[in-house]
Design a protein around this ligand. Structure first.
Ligand code: TMP
Length: 208
């Protein structure tokens, strides 16, 4: 039985979470059992780490601490949810994964990508997503959308320049990994993005 690990990425306001539920429905209609999860989070401990990471601390957080907490949540998630679900024959759909660490801690905050690669290797071994959808859109459009949700978390309060660097880092990742990445234009209305995502999924399912 073949199962797949699919991730969805993008910056603020791209509509990942909405599209992910459409993807689950699409795959379930096609007869595949799906586990839907997210990072940081996906486990009890992971959700507590998420609250620490996204919440507002008066004294902030060192970049290494932030990165290690992301990977701590990921280690827990891999051990308790992702690997068991794949082993049980489920497809795993995950709202963000390690590409987000490359984009946010690497691109956004300037942590050397090579240091992230060391943690990736240590925490994941050779497990990588089989398919990653990058919902890409101009930073201003995403921020206007995300601004309608409230209140802003610790990342959403970052500057436009930060999100421009995140976007560039994601697009670089997509270029470096063309086999697993698909870029989706996330600027149009939800229904149009949904149609693009479903078309890509259908093509991916039909690949040889
Ligand atoms: P979101 O799930 O609402 O997108 O929020 C998660 C936030 O955490 C988002 O701003 C991106 C950030 N993040 C990182 O900075 N690094 C990571 O490795 C992950 C998974 C998320």
């Amino acid at each position: 039985m073949t199962t797949y690990f699919i991730t969805i990425e993008g910056s603020e306001g791209a509509g990942k979470t909405t599209q992910l539920t459409f993807m689950r429905d699409f795959l379930e209609r096609a007869g595949y059992p799906v586990t839907l999860t997210r990072e940081p989070g996906g486990t009890l401990l992971g959700e507590e780490l998420r609250a620490l990471l996204l919440g507002h601390r008066d004294d902030g957080m060192a970049l290494k601490t932030e990165t290690l907490l992301m990977f701590a949540a990921r280690a827990e998630h891999l051990e308790r949810v992702i690997r068991p679900a794949l082993a049980a024959g489920h497809w795993v759909l995950c709202d963000r994964f390690t590409d987000a660490t490359y984009a946010y801690q690497g691109g956004g905050r300037g942590l050397p990508m090579a240091q992230i690669a060391v943690l990736e290797e240590w925490v994941q071994g050779d497990l990588r997503p089989d398919l990653t959808l990058l919902l890409d859109l101009p930073v201003a459009v995403g921020r206007a959308r995300a601004g309608k949700r409230s209140p802003a978390d610790r990342f959403e309060r970052e500057t436009v320049e930060f999100f421009e660097r995140v976007r560039v880092a994601y697009r670089d990742r997509a270029q470096q990994h063309p086999d697993r990445y698909r870029i989706v234009d996330a600027a149009p209305p939800i229904a149009i993005v949904r149609a693009q995502v479903e078309k890509l999924l259908a093509q991916w399912l039909e690949r040889g």
